[in-house]
Design a binder for this molecule. Structure first.
Ligand code: VGL
Ligand code: ZN
Length: 214
């Protein structure tokens, strides 16, 4: 496990850094345990890639994924929305707030595309490609196809939500997928981190760590 060597192809590969934002790091509104530990591996990988994308969770106040939008509900409860089961989160990554900003440790100046997601009030978006209805596109797939990208190398937060869902959609869209496990951290709700690893293997994603890039 975690030992497969990946040869970077600067033309066809894109490094996608998922939601490297203050609110997902220690001290943030939806802090992922050790979330800030990803930046060592992420910053080591960034110079190795010519094609770099970033996603930014970007919710309006009162977003439908916030527990505070439902009287009587608490964070981490679930509800049924039109598109299926939705975990309710603490208010996080509210548009224009410091919590929604990229973490200062992330060296993202060479990123060429920033995809904001989760900005429709009634619809959450974990994946970089589609919102949680799995139909509303973010536009990233078209961008990548026009740029000739064939493989997505994923790092970021959170492993078991936005990274996982991005990997699933990327595979469905025909991209090869590599997940850099030490450049990710999980929220881990009821075993979701382990379940994510099983799903990633299932869909044919390559799991490796940042030491195994050639
Ligand atoms: C995420 C929960 C809510 C993530 C975003 O980035 O994984 N998780 N919003
Ligand atoms: Zn969110």
């Amino acid at each position: 496990m975690d030992g497969i060597t990946v040869n970077i192809d600067r033309r066809r590969d894109l490094l996608l850094v998922v939601d490297p934002q203050n609110d997902f790091c220690p001290g943030g509104a939806l802090a992922v345990p050790e979330g800030d530990q990803i930046f060592g591996p992420v910053n080591k990988l960034l110079p190795r890639f010519d094609n770099i994308g970033v996603t930014q969770d970007w919710h309006p106040p009162g977003h439908s994924s916030f527990a505070s939008s439902y009287p009587g509900k608490r964070a981490y409860d679930t509800i049924e929305l039109t598109y299926g089961t939705q975990v309710l989160w603490p208010d996080h990554c509210v548009q224009g707030t410091r919590g929604a900003d990229f973490h200062p440790a992330a060296e993202l100046t060479r990123a060429q595309v920033i995809i904001r997601k989760g900005f429709h009030r009634e619809l959450d978006s974990y994946s970089a490609f589609f919102e949680n209805d799995r139909k509303t596109a973010t536009g990233l797939a078209g961008y990548l196809k026009e740029r000739g990208i064939e493989r997505i190398v994923l790092a970021g937060l959170a492993y078991d939500f936005c990274v996982l869902w991005s990997a699933q959609d990327a595979r469905r869209l025909g991209f090869d997928v590599v997940v850099v496990t030490d450049a990710c951290r999980a929220i881990d709700l009821e075993g979701s981190a382990q379940a994510a690893t099983v799903s990633l293997r299932d869909i044919g994603a390559t799991l490796t760590d940042s030491h195994h890039f050639d």
